[in-house]
Design a protein around this ligand. Structure first.
Ligand code: SF4
Ligand code: SF4
Ligand code: SF4
Ligand code: FES
Length: 941
């Protein structure tokens, strides 16, 4: 349990190293120069009344409640906008300022509905608090004059209301939207008495608002209130935990009233988010208690049979017996498991341990296979570690930001807000993406270059940038000489200079003018701090790993590694994709990315686990599917991943699932994969879990149970029970004990414990005796591998080419309000923003095919076809179409192929040759046997 309202010092902290001493009400205070008088007083324990000030926003000075007297200064300055000066003597409680404050408050209250007792914010309202603090006892002005009491309420947003009658025009909401979120959706229109908040002249839902909730959090009154607070009442207690959506890993205070979750409030001290959130983390948690949740285990003999609800003992016993029967018949390697990046580190660790120790093979893989496995490979080859190099805060020091194959405002919104803040402050922006993502042009932000390359030509374009840097003498030779392997650099230098890597040669097939590539390269090299941020548009290609290494080469050649403001920064997809990789989920690696063939490491695991482990790598997910189709692989345990919707070439995946003799699915819902399952084991939502998630900046955050587990136990206990039933007993008393085992086995985690996390909030690995509080920035003095290793990155065009039959290239991505396969977000009010997947198509391609905006089209590739609505958009260039994959009814992955990254088998989701044609029948006749709901499998209870 933690404090409900966190301390608010009124204005942001100053980062100055120069200290200033002042006296406030007789108390000596020393604070950094630039600190406001209000904050200095607050830090001394002397809170000055305030309304328009809050320490997450720059001071504004509009409410006049924070007036103070300062010796030697005339009048009564506002303490929020007055910076400290050496020797200042401040008085915060004089009769004069107290009288003035009461007068100010009286004016506010005279135009405010006096319904405190029935107001949703009663007990959680700063206006109410301040009326008490200033000692307001009576209001001399009645409601007879002009007032705002009849102003309407805007209820258009599904998550919060805007009750204008309660607004005090303090502008905190407007400033939160500008300064924190960076959307600039709100303004104050009118002057004086007529001043009011406007969402661009329309309601919130129809405005530019992205429903991040920053304005709701900033509002000191009940004007902007969560609907859940209006319905359930003000929360009374809170639990600190971590968002379970994207790889940003935002910290939240889950605020409850009794046992009921009322709202999620981003935690000010959260290392990743520092008090901010997006619409998913703050509002889209209702899926956890959705009636579709399956909370009892179920079994069936054939996938055509109805499910039978059984006890946990029966389900586990049945699953174990079938697994052993299958191994006895088809061999020890005929079974395997897939871990989930939705789950905690502890849950993932236990599942991979079950596979290695109880299944007796290394057939374990994770859903990171299909997103960021090339990141792990590429960064390990070049730098020596499979993770991003920076913390999120580092972006504030970047002078040049290069965004490649990522759409942060939709997929990593809270990090995008940080990035936009830096861009508004003057950092230069280069976007490399086939689509015109929002960042290319948004309020006060404009990319200097948008290299709108053809899908599949990433490596060529980044090689061409590197060519320019070498060709034009822009290499940071001191860095290269001091920090990098000389021979590897020499080979790379010779390679990258070749004419085929020049921008001029690349222009021919990438579609990016050579002059643009050269200019972008010069800007990146000039920095002085240049940072690359990238996403799945880099990794999900046949050359995903090559591209990661090409970017690493670029960073090393220009010395942009090993300090704040630079680096190679993967924006990880799921909440714990970094963690699931760290936890030994890959078939060739134990925890901490150590190869299973390493005898010393393996013996350490064997000794602690008391069993013999295989030294050969096991099967990757695509190999498992291939082996299932060819009849050698017979049983699969899938933890929290919907492979039947998320993996490429769905027809092949379904053929594999249908071939299995036993499919065990552990999930919250009967998802698409569960339709092919024989055993269904319920899982827990993040609100029930106890453990840790590791975000994209290697930050290990605590996940704490907010509500009782709906399945009566922690999810890791299920894997322990299954392992025990298989004859390899596994037992832990707590998630903390699992983390202790991870720490004992993993050098980069050796300093991590729940006790440490509870004490300091979060740490970024490596966290060990050399770095007891973690490592925000990596490779500072030397690379983890020693010398930085330049790698040759020849561009090899993908086999997936547009042809006469399939002349367009499809690329896929995400939208802000939905998440991945949508299993969670589709079960929330977020559907208000995105009810279906649509196909973005350029006007010229649409016209050529007789396709109208909003009409149904058939999207066909060489492996399958589906139907969806067309959306004519200039965000995609001619020749390229784009869609999301949040809805099973669309099944975008019906059309994606099984081409994959050469090094890691990460699927090439981002390039599929397709044709689009008008479809007069709509979805029902066109989608290959898909249903609109995941919960439609027959359940007998
Ligand atoms: S919810 Fe976020 S985007 Fe919408 S108006 Fe408020 S701060 Fe701006
Ligand atoms: S809505 Fe709230 S934060 Fe915005 S101006 Fe009104 S009272 Fe202030
Ligand atoms: S940015 Fe990501 S981690 Fe943060 S609240 Fe949104 S979905 Fe959750
Ligand atoms: S708090 Fe200082 S003027 Fe409002």
């Amino acid at each position: 349990m933690t404090l409900l309202r966190e301390p608010d010092h009124g204005t942001p902290a100053s980062s100055s190293e120069h200290m200033v001493c002042i006296e406030v009400d007789g108390v000596a205070v020393t604070v950094p120069a630039g600190t406001s008088v209000m904050r200095a007083a607050s830090e001394a324990g002397l809170a000055v009344p305030k309304l328009c000030a809050t320490d997450s926003l720059q001071p504004f000075g509009s409410c006049r409640l924070c007036l103070v007297e300062i010796d030697g200064k005339k009048g009564t300055p506002a303490s929020c906008t007055t910076p400290v000066e050496p020797g200042m003597v401040v008085h915060t409680q004089t009769p004069r300022v107290e009288r003035l404050r009461r007068n100010v408050m009286e004016l506010y209250i005279s135009d405010h509905p006096l319904d405190c007792l029935t107001c949703p914010a009663n007990g959680d309202c700063e206006l109410q608090d301040m009326a008490g603090v200033v000692g307001l006892r009576e209001v001399r002005y009645g409601f007879a004059g002009e007032n705002h009491l009849d102003a309407p309420t805007d209820s258009s947003n599904p998550y919060f209301d805007f009750d204008e009658s309660k607004c005090i025009a303090c502008s905190r909401c407007v400033r939160a939207c500008d300064e924190i979120q960076g959307t600039l959706a709100l303004t104050i229109v009118g002057r004086g008495f007529e001043s009011k908040v406007s969402a661009g002249g329309t309601n919130f839902m129809d405005s530019e608002c992205v429903s991040c909730g920053a304005c709701v959090q900033a509002c000191p009154t009940a004007t902007l209130s969560e609907k859940s607070v209006i319905e359930l009442g003000v929360p009374t207690r809170s639990v600190l935990t971590t968002c379970a959506y994207c790889g940003v890993g935002c910290s939240f205070k889950a605020e409850l009233r009794g046992d009921e979750l009322v709202r999620m409030v981003p935690h000010k001290d959260g290392g990743a988010n520092e008090g901010h959130s997006c619409v998913k983390g703050r509002f889209a948690w209702g899926y956890a208690t959705h009636p579709d949740r399956v909370v009892a285990p179920m079994i069936r003999d054939a996938i055509t049979d109805p499910w039978q609800e059984v006890s946990w003992e029966q389900a586990i016993g049945h699953a174990a017996q079938r697994l052993r029967e299958i191994q006895n018949t088809h061999g020890v390697d005929s079974i395997g498991g897939i871990t989930s990046s939705r789950c905690t580190n502890e849950e993932v660790f236990v599942v991979q341990k079950m596979v290695r120790a109880a299944f007796g093979n290394n057939n374990v893989d994770t859903c990171a296979r299909v997103c960021h496995s090339p990141t792990g490979y590429g960064l390990k080859q070049t730098f020596g570690t499979s993770a991003g190099t920076q913390d999120f805060k580092s972006v504030a020091q970047a002078d040049v930001i290069v965004v490649i194959g990522a759409n942060p405002t939709d997929a990593h919104p809270v990090f995008a807000s940080r990035m936009k803040k830096r861009l508004r402050a003057g950092a230069r922006l280069i976007v490399i993406d086939p689509r015109r993502i929002d960042l290319v042009r948004s309020p006060h932000i404009e990319a200097e270059h948008h290299l709108q390359l053809l899908p599949g030509t990433n490596v060529a374009v980044v090689n061409a940038m590197a060519h320019t840097i070498v060709d034009e003498g822009l290499v940071d030779t001191a860095f290269v000489t001091e920090r990098c392997d000389a021979e590897l650099y020499r080979e790379w230098d010779e390679f990258i200079r070749r004419p085929e890597n020049s921008p001029e040669a690349t222009e021919q097939f990438s579609g990016v003018p050579a002059a643009e590539i050269r200019s972008a390269a010069r800007i990146y090299a000039a920095g002085p701090n240049s940072a690359i941020y990238y996403g799945l548009g880099v990794t999900e290609h046949s050359q995903g790993s090559t591209m990661v290494m090409a970017m690493a080469n670029l960073a090393m050649a220009t010395g942009n590694i090993g300090r704040e403001g630079v680096g190679i920064n993967p924006l990880r997809g799921q909440n714990n994709v970094q963690g699931s990789c760290d936890m030994g989920s890959f078939p060739h690696e134990f925890t901490g990315y150590r190869h299973v063939s390493d005898t010393v490491v393996r013996e350490q695991f064997e000794s602690l686990w008391g069993t013999v482990l295989q030294s050969d790598p096991g099967l990757r997910i695509p190999n498992m599917f291939d082996a299932a189709v060819s009849g050698e692989f017979k049983a699969l345990f899938v933890q929290g991943e919907d492979v039947a919707q998320s993996d490429p070439n769905i027809h092949h995946v379904l053929a594999a699932l249908e071939s299995l003799e036993l499919l065990i699915v552990q999930d919250l819902f009967l998802n698409e994969t569960a339709k092919y399952a024989h055993v269904f084991l319920p899982g827990t939502s993040f609100l029930e879990k106890d453990g840790t998630f590791t975000n994209a900046e290697r930050r290990i955050n605590r996940v704490r149970p907010v509500m009782k587990s709906k399945i009566g136990m922690q999810e890791w206990q299920v894997a322990c029970d299954l392992s025990t039933a298989l004859g390899y007993p596994m037992h832990y008393d707590s998630a903390a004990e699992i983390m202790d085992e991870i720490a004992a086995l993993t050098p980069t985690f050796s300093g991590v414990s729940f006790a440490l996390l509870d004490q300091v909030g979060s740490v970024q690995w490596p966290c060990n005796p050399e770095h007891p509080l973690g490592t925000p920035i990596m490779h500072i003095d030397r690379f983890v591998r020693g010398d930085g290793a330049f790698q040759l990155t020849p561009y090899v065009p993908t086999d997936e080419r547009s042809t006469r039959r399939f002349p367009l290239l499809l690329t896929t991505g995400r939208i802000l309000s939905q998440y991945n396969v949508g299993a969670q977000t589709r079960r929330t009010a977020n559907v208000a923003w995105h009810e279906e997947d649509v196909l973005d198509i350029h006007e010229s391609d649409a016209e050529l095919r007789g396709i109208a905006d909003g009409s149904w089209v058939t999207l066909a590739s060489r492996v399958g076809e589906t139907a969806l609505r067309a959306h004519i958009s200039d965000r995609v260039p001619p020749g390229v179409v784009y869609t999301t994959f949040h809805y099973p009814v669309t099944g975008a992955n019906v059309v994606t192929t099984d081409l994959s990254d050469w090094a890691t088998n990460c699927p090439e989701y981002k390039v599929t040759a397709v044709e689009v044609s008008p479809n007069l029948h709509g979805p029902a006749e066109s989608v290959s046997g898909r249903s609109d709901t995941e919960a439609d499998a027959t359940v007998s209870r």
